[in-house]
Design a protein around this ligand. Structure first.
Ligand code: ADP
Ligand code: MG
Ligand code: MG
Length: 255
């Protein structure tokens, strides 16, 4: 078992009006073998948490720690984090003109393993990963994210997840912009990944819909930059019925 431990994480971002604190003391522990859902209203800092774990340069850690089996993640480069076993779907969110999906995936795999994958089996692996995501083999020749539809981006992310097969996956809004068929394809991919065992998932979403397909072991309600409530799967059903209202009202209340 491997443990991803987030302790009292405070994160700020530089804005025109000065530094703004977005994460205000996040505590979260994810073990491999567990699926954690992070749910919360828009603007509560969910993506900021994902970017901070990923090492996005825009976000400044002002306090707290993120460790992987006690190893400090925050002092690592983005590549080192990937080699340590963290997969962040938003790690390469931008368009990469001129870099094909096939080359991009091979470069990522090589960076993680320290050696290039064997070409013959790799091409087969890529093709079957794309096929499982119902992406055409010609998709491998397209430039990364260039002109991808929302659904193609998400399916490409999960093809990556299956090919790179890290210890931990941080998936941000994996369900946004997916129709019901694509949602099923993407969820099946995440479930295959977790079914291998010894894998941890941090699934960030503000809809409960994807949780009908990917069953979380733990649900965390994220409000105003911290975890306001945690529970089991039943907490997602409660959110579905009641919304975030009671948590946002609580966090807005004067201290
Ligand atoms: P969520 O993913 O929960 O919707 P975000 O992490 O995207 O929330 O955003 C949390 C808050 O931080 C929002 O108020 C957002 O406007 C602000 N924020 C996030 N990133 C930046 C940034 N790069 N510059 C300025 N403000 C930001
Ligand atoms: Mg948002
Ligand atoms: Mg977000």
């Amino acid at each position: 078992m491997t443990t991803l431990d987030i302790k009292d994480l405070h994160v700020s971002v530089a804005t025109e009006d000065g530094d703004k604190e977005i994460l205000r003391g996040v505590d979260l522990t994810v073990n491999t073998g567990e699926v954690h859902a992070i749910m919360g209203p828009n603007g509560s800092g969910k993506s900021t948490l994902a970017y901070s774990i990923a090492g996005h340069p825009k976000y400044t850690i002002t306090k707290g720690s993120v460790t992987l089996d006690g190893q400090d993640i925050l002092s690592m480069t983005v590549d080192e984090r990937a080699r340590a076993g963290l997969f962040l779907a938003m790690q390469y969110p931008v368009e990469v003109p001129g870099v094909s999906v096939a080359n991009f995936l091979r470069t990522a795999k090589t960076a993680i393993d320290g050696e290039a994958p064997k070409l013959r089996t790799w091409v087969k692996d890529v093709n079957s990963a794309l096929e499982r995501m119902t992406l055409d083999p010609s998709f491998a020749q397209r430039s990364v994210n260039e002109g991808f539809s929302g659904g193609e981006k998400k399916r490409h992310e999960i093809a990556q997840l299956e090919l790179l097969n890290p210890k931990f996956a941080v998936l941000d809004e994996t369900d946004s912009g997916l129709d019901i068929d694509a949602l099923r394809v993407v969820s099946d991919g995440v479930n295959r990944y977790t079914a291998q065992g010894d894998r941890g998932v941090l699934l960030i979403t503000h809809y409960t819909r994807i949780l009908q397909y990917i069953k979380p072991d733990f649900v965390h309600v994220f409000v105003a930059g911290r975890v306001a409530e945690q529970g089991g799967r039943e907490l997602a059903d409660q959110l579905e019925a009641e919304g975030y209202d009671k948590y946002t009202r609580r966090s807005d209340a004067p201290a």
